[in-house]
Ligand binder design. Structure first.
Ligand code: APR
Ligand code: ZN
Length: 251
């Protein structure tokens, strides 16, 4: 017998014409990647003003690479968890249209999700701020840091959005379109503190979609925009929701 909200989410997914997921760092915590704003998050160790702004990177790229190496190490070792697999299953079952993610860890794709919109970029490649050369993140040696451009020897930067940088326009536009067209958005593992990314679930709600949160704690969306919050770990909740949807679809 499932809890009320889990049953409710399964029914909402079954009756939705076009459901999307909007995910944040919380969905990858159970894969071993800390989130940012929880008490043990990355920003409790590294001041984002010193390590996560484009000005900080340009001022001292070697220092920012100290934090990036730790992040890349965690991401490289991480595997998708049952929450990532649950979203991939919902897409395969035709119950999820797309995942819009703020994460740069590639775990949604690794779990098998095909339509993934990365609005904060991706850690899979690095770019040169001087000449624009781009290389795969796997092609540089962690022994020789910070990685230098093969063309002009400038220090390279991961293709992830730093504070003070614009979001990748085509991804953001695709995310807004998905938000406007959906009738259900699952906001999973995000504090919804960072804009413009946090506009995505709010745009969906304003366009008439149902907004369901899965989070270990309430967020700035809860009680203002969300229809309901399923409180708990996404790696535990999502597989239960998916099992119920599967049961309802094939009963
Ligand atoms: N299951 C569900 N939710 C979880 C879990 C879990 N296992 N663990 C943590 N959470 C929740 C936290 O309660 C929090 O609400 O995930 C959320 C993580 O919030 P943030 O750390 O702020 O991460 P996110 O919302 O993705 O941040 C957005 O900020 O620093 C920038 O670019 C960075 O993309 C990031 C953006
Ligand atoms: Zn270069």
């Amino acid at each position: 017998m499932e809890s009320g909200e889990i049953e409710r989410a399964a029914r909402d997914l079954l009756s939705a014409q076009k459901a999307i997921a909007f995910t944040g760092a919380g969905i990858s915590v159970e894969s071993g990647i800390p989130d940012f704003r929880s008490p043990t998050g990355l920003w409790s160790k590294y001041d984002p003003d010193q390590y996560a702004t484009i000005d900080a990177f340009k001022a001292d790229p070697g220092k920012v690479w100290e934090m990036l190496v730790e992040m890349i190490g965690l991401v490289t070792r991480a595997k998708p968890n049952p929450a990532h697999h649950g979203l991939a299953s919902l897409e395969t079952m035709g119950r999820l249209h797309a995942v819009v993610t703020q994460n740069i860890d590639g775990l949604h794709q690794a779990a098998g999700s095909r339509k993934v919109i990365e609005i904060h970029g991706s850690g899979a490649s690095l770019s040169c701020l001087s000449c624009g050369s781009r290389i795969a993140a796997t092609s540089f040696s962690m022994e020789k840091l910070p990685p230098r451009c093969p063309e002009c020897r400038s220090i390279m930067k991961p293709d992830v959005v730093f504070f003070g940088e614009p979001l990748p326009l085509s991804a953001y536009e695709a995310a807004l379109e998905a938000a406007r067209e959906c009738d259900l958005v699952l906001a999973i593992g995000t504090s919804a503190e960072v804009y413009p990314a946090a506009e995505i679930p709010i745009t969906a709600k304003r366009a008439g979609a149902k907004l369901v949160e899965i989070n270990v704690e309430p967020t700035s969306l809860t009680g203002r925009f969300s229809d309901y919050l399923i409180q708990g770990r996404s790696g535990e909740i999502l597989p239960r929701v998916v099992e119920l949807v599967r049961g309802l679809m094939y009963q």
